[in-house]
Design a protein around this ligand. Structure first.
Ligand SMILES: [Zn+2]
Length: 289
């Protein structure tokens, strides 16, 4: 036998005095109104879900778009030889700081070029004296290149030692003096190299400056300026575009969410139920709470 729950106390109907009043949940509103309530409620719930998804979708699209642009411009600047610290400033939008760092690099390079030129003039004079003393041009050039790069090796080449064997004492003396002079560049040109290193100028550009490859240096400076300008433009455009998309896409999602919520609230009010006592015989209804 299945145990039956103890029957609740059920009051007797005051109207027919025969039936008992049974507790029931009924809609507060009439049938058509409840129908309209459901018509409001169901799309509203879907609308709230859709607006939440849309909102986060817009947010993540905007974020991934700007990340992609940042990676792209960083790569372009890196290729153009822009130092990492300047790239970081450009990405962070510190235009003043990146511009002044680039200007500082330009100034440092121009200074170094001046120093290399004056140093070169001294070497050219020494070279002319050596040429007059009958020292071959190739030997002088090798000595000068070696001095400028501070890389010993060329002077020890077989060509050079062969020539030295056959040189006059006077030529040899001049050669050794020039070697010292070329190998010990003036303190100020060493200083210029240090300044270029501090300004984070790439080693190959420093090499070009020291070798007086002015056209190459100029090209590098131009390409770097262009890459920087391009990066700043792209970042600004991207900021505007994604700001626009976030504003309208996000705004639309929020508006849809609010409308859905209000609609849902209205629908919920229309389909609310209440607790009543209903007579089992005459169906009379008494409010209960
Ligand atoms: Zn009754």
């Amino acid at each position: 036998m299945v145990p039956q729950p103890a029957p609740e106390w059920q009051p007797v109907c005051k109207i027919c005095e025969r039936g008992t009043l049974v507790r029931k949940k009924v809609f507060r509103m009439s049938g058509p109104v409840v129908f309209i309530g459901f018509v409001f409620l169901i799309p509203s719930v879907l609308g709230i879900i859709a607006s939440i998804l849309l909102f986060f979708g817009v947010l993540s699209t905007g974020t991934s778009g700007s990340t992609r642009t940042k990676n792209e411009v960083a790569l372009n600047m890196r290729k153009a030889g822009v130092p990492e610290s300047i790239i970081a400033d450009v990405l962070a939008g510190n235009a003043d700081r990146s511009d002044s760092q680039i200007a500082n690099q330009d100034r440092t390079i121009l200074d170094a070029q001046e120093k290399v030129k004056s140093n070169l003039a001294i070497q050219v004079a020494a070279g002319e004296r050596m040429l007059q003393a009958g020292i071959p041009n190739s030997i002088i050039r090798a000595l000068s290149t070696e001095g400028r790069l501070s890389t010993p090796g060329i002077a020890g080449s077989s060509e050079m030692s062969e020539w030295l064997d056959g040189a006059t004492p006077e030529q040899r003396e001049m050669f050794q003096a020039a070697k010292v002079q070329f190998h010990e560049p003036p303190a100020e040109s060493l200083h210029a190299v240090r300044e270029m290193q501090q300004a984070q100028i790439p080693v190959d550009v420093i090499y070009d400056v020291r070798m007086s490859k002015d056209a190459d240096v100029q090209a590098w400076m131009g390409a770097r300026h262009e890459a920087l300008q391009d990066a700043q433009n792209k970042l600004r455009d991207n900021k505007e575009t994604s700001g626009f998309a976030l504003f309208f896409g996000g705004g639309f999602a929020v508006a849809m969410g609010i409308a859905s919520f209000v609609g849902g609230l209205l629908g919920w009010l229309l389909v609310m139920r209440k607790s009543v006592l209903q007579c089992s015989v005459c169906s009379a209804v008494v409010n209960a709470s």
